[in-house]
Design a protein around this ligand. Sequence first.
Ligand SMILES: *Cc1c(COP(=O)(O)O)cnc(C)c1O
Length: 485
Amino acid sequence: MRYISTRDTEGRAGKGFSDILLEGLAADGGLYLPESYPQVDAATLETWRELLAHQGYSALAFEIVRLFVDDIPEADLRGIVTRAYDPVKFLDPAVVPVTRLSDGLWLAHLSNGPSAAFKDMAMQLLGELFAYELARRGETITIVGATSGDTGSSAEYALKDKPGVHVFMLSPRGRMTPFQQAQMFSIDDERIVNIAVDGVFDDCQDLVKEINADAAFKARYRIGAVNSINWARLMAQVVYYFAAWLQVSDGGPVSFSVPSGNFGNIAAGHIARQMGLPIHRLILATNENNVLEEFFRTGVYRVRGSAETLATSSPSMDISKASNFERFVFDLLGRDAARLRELFVDDLADGEFDLSGADEFRGQLDRFGFVSGTSTHQDRLAQIRRVYEADKVTIDPHTADAVQVAQTSGVQGPIVVLETALPVKFADTIVEAIGMVPPRPARFDGIEDLPRHVVDLPCDVDALRSLIAERMPEFSGGASEEPGR
Ligand SMILES: *Cc1c(COP(=O)(O)O)cnc(C)c1O
């Protein structure tokens, strides 16, 4: 399997999985996708149904991942996948159990991992793949990232204790929920450095960009990223669409309702559908930050500035532009990289592109099955309350957005709502909705009382450079600056 960039207008030869794993963004600014999607037929799905039932989630994950990875020996790949989805790391040994609500909706529970958010589903595999590939190459990597909540803790739980990996994670001081702060800051590993920046999330992200723009510094410390545009994260997420379908369907089509921000989660659903999984509709749910809902309704993709991005009670969906969206548009346009460049490079320079008149957009529903809807704070509260009263199940605010949009979508047939976080992460909103503190899994008992490992930093790139240099003295002598990798 070879991988190509969405912006490659020169027809360059595709790259292998291991190369794009560490590279992230392509050099031409595009995102990697497989040259073609492997196809899965009904007979294979039936074999996988048995496999999932008898050997569990990681056995299914291995069968799917191997379709995309042919440059890691099979035995090694099986070990990587088995470690990533070891049931002991998840609150339920099924890893992704599916339950049914009395209103007929299904819930696929993606938030049973170490940090209690669906990002673990991808990050656990990414952590194992990074550790393996770095060891194979004799290299190290320094992850410098920014987080407003879920990504940081998910990355840290996945990367701690991984040889060859250092993490510097920036977050806006005092702006994460107390639970999210406790999750990250309680991690005790000298190679994981939490940095509380005097600023907002955008300031943190700007610091990361500045560090990455300093080519010499970047090369000296081998700076890399684990952001949501990494292909391996999407690949990992494809697996749970299959796992949920196998638990709900006896062969017929199923729709999925997905709480969406950066379009990573639902892009994996698109890929599963392209592989032949019988998915009827992909229901894209946004909160008040509706840049994606607007596109599927109107054909106009209009990115927002940070001033126009609202802080909502489903904060992990508060985005102004969707970093994975380019992958879907590439497929929508029949993989025409020149046209894609016009939209994402030329038109987006002015803040928007318009496909409302394009045949591809008009035929979208039949070919790709996307429908969309939005939800508000009041909708979230009402759905959390309704589901609690009907079933004594507490859903988190992001999942509530997807329940709301599923219910109002008019889509027929079975719908699986992807649950993306445990309610304990967003306790204030749950209290507002049902007057009760959400249940807390025993593994998180008392994390607020553990010693905090965090460094305060002014919003200043030189201060960040000094901190990295100080924590990584082994690289400052210049011995590691040999050319090549
Ligand atoms: C990241 C996140 C989302 C949004 O997922 P995307 O892949 O960015 O669309 C939704 N809910 C929760 C809880 C998240 O952490």
